[in-house]
Design a protein around this ligand. Structure first.
Ligand code: CTP
Length: 402
């Protein structure tokens, strides 16, 4: 429940500023009080009147406004809320935050505040990807600033890529998670993700094409609902989910060890594409070509992490979820896999190349449980993650009531 909380909302100057009006409305609906602050640039996009009418409160704009200072000094204003939210956060505002500049009201409040800060960036994709912006993000993350988004998609400037402001409801969910009041608050979830690398020698390994993007999206969606996430990942290309406890591993055997060390958890989501085999007696020196022919590699079976957790004698999580990437008889194979592994749900998908799912941004999944198969429409991997996180929180809530 967010009822009774207060957000200091700093609205930066970008085309996405119009979404802040909807954000205010959504927060007010949930009983959250909003103290709005507009930067000078933001006033080009939304008016102080519309912002303060929706918030039902005074909209602060100027650092050196004597009336404001008489009513509430800027230091006091920076401390009125349970959370400071910057939405949209422009590249300029984030650069000021990273540098500790305090030349206007918004940046002064951000420097003076002692409450947690959540940033929802919005900018052109090139600005987002610029080394300077990425450096600033790293600095801010290091300072403990929380982030939501940006999302990927078509932008007002006509370009495509990361930089879109998160949707108001996504920002609300991130605010809820920051308050520690989401439906998964106080729940601990293990997520395995990415491929594993199985060494042949110090420079060669056996791997697979998993990017880890679905696992990262799932971890992010779970955290948005308030979960504490332990993210055990192989060497994946995808960005790591900020705010999760990240455990980096290489091999399936290391992944099992890390997953077991994370127990007890309320739920385990095994999204990793784990290699089924490792090379027995991998060489500790680089293998050389030899006149005697090619090296004969001998394989040993890897431990099954999902199966081990699902059949754990002392610390089986309330909910254990596996994935099944199939190329034929998807539902039949996944249904059999659920029973074989002993898990509660299997998220099955058809990864034939013509579906474009492997390595793509979208996924089409069927959730297999003891109740049967529920096929979801094709949607982005982020939306699959969000829907799965909601299903996980519903299941954990139900389990805690029985
Ligand atoms: N999995 C695991 N540990 C393994 C192999 C798989 O935890 N050693 C998990 C995966 O993370 C996934 C699920 O099991 O959630 C299914 O993976 P998949 O590779 O489809 O299963 P396999 O048992 O390898 O089945 P198949 O014979 O179809 O390869």
């Amino acid at each position: 429940m967010m009822q009774g909380k207060r957000v200091l909302l700093i609205i930066g100057g970008g085309i996405a500023a119009f979404k802040s009006l909807d954000l205010i409305r959504r927060l007010k609906e949930r009983g959250v009080a909003v103290t709005p602050v507009l930067t000078r640039a933001a006033e080009e996009f939304v008016t102080p009147l519309s912002v303060s009418a929706l918030a039902g409160e005074k909209c602060y704009r100027d650092l050196f406004d004597l009336t404001d200072e008489a009513e509430m000094g800027h230091i006091q204003l920076s401390r009125v809320a349970d959370l400071v939210v910057v939405a949209p956060a422009t590249a300029d505002l984030m650069a000021k935050m990273a540098q500790g500049l305090a030349g206007d009201l918004a940046s002064t409040l951000l420097l003076a505040t002692d409450t947690p800060v959540l940033v929802a960036p919005a900018m052109n994709v090139r600005m987002w990807e610029h080394a300077a912006t990425q450096r600033n993000i790293q600095t801010l993350q290091g300072d403990g600033v929380l982030f939501v988004g940006p999302n990927e998609g078509d932008m007002a400037c006509g370009e495509h890529g990361p930089g879109r402001l998160s949707e108001p409801l996504e920002i609300v969910a991130a605010i809820e998670a920051a308050f520690g009041t989401g439906p998964l608050a106080s729940k601990r979830v293990l997520v395995t993700s990415g491929p594993t690398h199985e060494p042949i020698d110090p420079v060669r390994y056996i791997a697979n094409r998993s990017s880890g993007s679905q696992g990262t999206a799932i971890a992010q969606a779970l955290m948005r609902q308030g979960a504490e996430v332990v993210f055990v990942t192989g060497p994946a290309d995808a960005a790591r989910p900020q705010g999760a406890q990240i455990v980096e591993v290489q091999t399936a055997r290391e992944m099992l060890e890390a997953a077991q060390a994370a127990l007890p958890v309320d739920a385990a989501i095994c999204a990793a594409a784990v290699a089924d085999w490792h090379v027995i007696g991998a060489s500790d020196q680089k293998l050389k070509k030899s006149k005697d022919g090619t090296p004969a590699l001998e394989f040993g079976e890897n431990p099954d992490i999902l199966k081990t957790i699902a059949n754990h004698q002392t610390a089986r999580p309330t909910l254990v979820v596996g994935f099944a990437a199939e190329t034929n008889d998807v539902i039949d194979n996944a249904t059999a896999k659920r029973l074989r592994k002993g898990c509660d749900w299997i998220v099955a998908n058809d990864v034939r190349p013509e579906t474009g799912i492997m390595g793509g941004d979208e996924n089409a999944v069927t959730l297999i449980s003891a109740e049967g198969a529920d096929t979801w429409p094709r949607m982005s991997k982020t939306d699959v993650a969000r829907r799965l996180a909601t299903a996980v929180s519903d299941a954990l809530t139900k389990a805690s009531q029985t």
